[in-house]
Design a protein around this ligand. Structure first.
Ligand SMILES: Nc1ncnc2c1ncn2[C@@H]1O[C@H](COP(=O)(O)OP(=O)(O)OP(=O)(O)O)[C@@H](O)[C@H]1O
Ligand SMILES: [Mg+2]
Length: 553
């Protein structure tokens, strides 16, 4: 299928597609749209940034009559930011036709959502926790829903969401169409998914040879934990990104890292689940409009987010599992654009890196940590470019010329310009920053075949937060060194490895015994929106507070 008109779409919908600037369907759209239009259940898998949203969005808006005044379509996403973004795309696709849609997510004023619901939207895009809240308040009824979409399906069907999804889907009529989309779909998840699907068509656009998007150049740098921050600064200086997303492992890590980058003069801010929704919205707005160019985030930003201009993804901490790696780096190299990813790996984590390479079927190229002089060169290049740009702007510089001429009479021109450049670089490399060191990720050494079948098992909540005493010494600047004592014990990912096959032959479904959860959610099950990435005690709170969404991180 090479044009959208070949799908037999209505003129209004075609107009909306044109307005979005989409000229021809992407491969997943070409294959998935006809199946979705036919009413069949489907599992749709395609690489990050290849247009899965419109692949389900176009058929959804096509199938709804503008006169419909009930909720007939439900889309679920794992994070609030993704719900907002998907809602925006659906709104654009449905606007010309007069389709009404509404995002429903935790952290937003519920009264506002209730007012929105009075406009009788036909499509709801929500996160599970807040959806359940509305269902309990009877402000949302799902009796008339005909189509359900789980975006980031594997994440949604992970243990953290399983219970909520099951409750929500039990309220949707059996006679419905269910569509699952994701860039990753571990085999075990597919099996589980079939619990909710009827005779689904499986459409996979993932090439046998590589699960990550080929437009992303992937590098890793082996670096000691204590050198990571300086390494990051050098990297940002050497190859200044247009926009970059830097992933850290935990909320605390992200808070510390964004703070540290700001202190060193970078236009950065952090996104994680301990922030209020207003703060989260403000950070996203600043990143989207370019008032910051570095977004430091937990995995809350790993899935689905589509921000144009992201040229670099940096894994400051190695992700826990290969899926997370695929999604994180997939925030760049979208819609045919090129992108670069850098991953920091501490010496003890190289096994885990190779495991990620094996599962993603892609070799990640090794690079050396940029040297100080490479970083300096990069910085100076940027300053030189800014100066040259300003030189071209006579009007802006006129007011400075008189003083410039005076200075040139007294000083050497090269010396003058060098001094001005030095001031412009705003060099703050000596500002000391605090960063608590992280433990290395332990390699899972899982084979494809599965050791004991299934995911997880167990799940007694061992471990939790690897108690750490002594905390962080100062990091960088002067005073480097004091790293704080750390007591061993209490592995941070709480024991429970994901046993069993990844793409596994062999892994049975494992769902009994509380299994089927990722290691970092071990021991708790339910996620809270922005809750701990590790099974810490907060999960108990989230279990009882149903009025929020349960996204981890
Ligand atoms: N047919 C098309 N032509 C051009 N651009 C498109 C087309 N379809 C989608 N896009 C653009 O491609 C980008 C990625 O789309 P989208 O966010 O749907 O990707 P995705 O496959 O859902 O990725 P992820 O797995 O990260 O969620 C968006 O900016 C979107 O506007
Ligand atoms: Mg998506």
């Amino acid at each position: 299928m090479s044009t959208f008109s070949e799908f037999g779409l209505e003129p209004d919908v075609l107009q909306a597609i044109t307005d979005l600037g989409y000229e021809e369907p992407t491969p997943i759209q070409a294959h998935a749209i006809p199946v979705a239009l036919s009413g069949r259940d489907m599992i749709g898998q395609a690489q990050t940034g290849t247009g899965k949203t419109a692949a389900f969005g176009i058929p959804l808006v096509s199938k709804i009559a503008p006169s419909e005044d009930r909720i007939v379509t439900l889309i679920m996403t794992p994070t609030r930011e993704l719900a907002i973004q998907v809602a925006e795309e659906i709104e654009k696709l449905g606007r010309t036709k007069g389709i009404r849609s509404l995002p429903i997510y935790g952290g937003q004023d519920i009264g506002r959502q209730i007012r929105g619901l009075k406009r009788r939207p036909q499509i709801i895009i929500g996160t599970p926790g807040r959806l359940l809240d509305h269902i309990n308040r009877k402000t949302i009824r799902l009796d008339d829903v005909q189509t359900v979409v789980l975006d980031e399906a594997d994440e949604m069907l992970d243990m953290g969401f399983m219970e909520d999804i099951t409750s929500i889907l039990s309220l949707v009529p059996e006679e419905r169409q269910t569509l699952l989309f994701s860039a990753t779909m571990p085999t075990n998840i597919q099996k589980l998914a079939q619990q909710f699907l009827k005779n689904p068509e499986h459409i996979s656009m993932i090439p046998k040879t590589q699960t990550t998007n080929k437009n992303i150049q992937q590098f890793y740098i082996e670096v000691q934990e204590r050198m990571k921050f300086d390494g990051l600064c050098r990297l940002l200086d050497m190859e200044p990104p247009e926009l970059a997303i830097i992933f850290g492992r935990t909320k605390r890590r992200v808070a510390e890292l964004s703070e540290a980058l700001m202190k060193r003069g970078y236009a950065a801010d952090g996104l994680h689940g301990d922030l209020s929704q207003n703060q989260r919205d403000a950070v996203m707005r600043k990143f989207r409009d370019g008032s910051i160019d570095v977004l430091v985030a937990t995995d809350v930003a790993a899935r689905g987010l589509d921000i144009s201009g992201v040229t670099h993804v940096i894994n400051f901490d190695l992700p826990q599992d290969p899926e997370s790696y695929v999604h994180r780096i997939g925030r760049t190299g979208r819609a045919g654009k090129e992108g670069t990813s850098w991953t920091f790996v501490t010496p003890r984590e190289t096994d885990h890196l190779h495991f990620i390479e094996k599962i993603t079927r892609h070799r990640i190229s090794k690079k050396a940590l940029p040297t100080l002089s490479e970083a300096m060169e990069g910085k100076q290049r940027v300053i030189a470019e800014r100066i040259i740009e300003a030189v071209g702007n006579e009007e802006d510089t006129n007011a400075y010329k008189w003083v410039a001429a005076q200075l040139l009479e007294q000083y050497d021109s090269v010396q003058l310009l060098a001094a001005a450049m030095k001031l412009l670089t705003g060099d703050k490399k000596d500002v000391s920053v605090e960063l608590t060191p992280e433990d290395p990720i332990r390699s899972k050494k899982r084979g494809f075949g599965g050791r004991s079948g299934g995911y997880g098992g167990g799940g007694q909540g061992r471990g939790g937060y690897g108690r750490r005493e002594g905390g962080g010494g100062s990091y960088g600047g002067q005073g480097r060194g004091g790293y704080g004592q750390r007591r061993e014990g209490g592995s941070y990912n709480g024991g429970g490895e994901r046993r069993g096959g990844y793409n596994g032959n062999g892994g049975s479904q494992g769902g009994q015994g509380g299994g089927y959860r990722k290691p970092y959610r071990e021991g708790g099950g339910r996620r809270e929106d922005g809750g701990g990435f590790r099974g810490d005690s907060r999960r108990e709170e989230s279990r009882s507070s149903r009025n929020e969404d349960y996204v981890n991180i």
